[in-house]
Design a protein around this ligand. Structure first.
Ligand code: MN
Length: 200
């Protein structure tokens, strides 16, 4: 006989579980976050001098995320929250590195829990788009598209919940090597898309 309710809700991929995410911080008591500081973001921002200057002053956390590590099967779903902090490097907003999935033909959903930002999408063929995110908005990332979260708010963190196929994997190397075709920068006090001068 199955349990009516599992009071302690241990993470049980075989039988199901619940998990709490704090709506204000995106944090979960069940999972530590991985942090990416400015010094982990070398090569990601166009203005390298501005980045080094900031690192020397304060090696801030740019973003953190946790993933409730699912079994790496086609049938399971990996999920978690991503928290991108407010800030800028030169004219560019704080952002995640961005990635393709190792299994390129894999979609993903992101649900914005708070803050204000954009999800920048780009596929290997060069198609790109930027989707504005505010609390309550969901963005669908289609198969083949790299995705990067960008926080355009001056004060609040951008919080998103994400979910994707358990065996999709992450390909960070392509973006680390080639960069994104487009950048989101602040110009005249508002976000603008410009070509990435360093794109290869
Ligand atoms: Mn992804």
């Amino acid at each position: 006989m199955a349990d009516f309710n599992v009071g302690s809700n241990p993470i049980d991929w075989a039988r199901g579980f619940t998990i709490d995410f704090d709506l204000k911080t995106g944090m979960s008591k069940k999972k530590e976050t991985s942090k990416r500081r400015l010094s982990n973001m070398r090569g990601m921002f166009a203005d390298e001098a501005a980045l080094e200057k900031k690192i020397a002053k304060d090696d801030e956390v740019v973003y953190e995320f946790h993933e409730i590590g699912a079994p790496e099967t086609a049938g399971d779903l990996a999920f978690g929250c991503s928290i991108t902090y407010p800030g800028r490097v030169g004219g560019e907003y704080f952002m995640t590195k961005g990635h393709f999935h190792t299994i390129l033909e894999t979609g993903e959903v992101y649900y914005c829990m708070g803050g204000h930002g954009y999800m920048l999408l780009e596929n290997p063929e060069g198609d790109w788009s930027a989707h504005e995110l505010t609390a309550g908005k969901m963005v669908y990332v289609p198969p083949r598209y790299a995705h990067r979260s960008i926080n355009v708010d001056a004060k609040e963190p951008l919080l998103t919940f994400f979910c994707f196929r358990g065996d999709a994997g992450h390909d960070y190397g392509t973006i680390e090597t080639k960069g994104y075709r487009k950048l989101l920068v602040e110009k005249d006090g508002k976000p603008q898309i410009v070509d990435n001068p360093k794109w290869k």
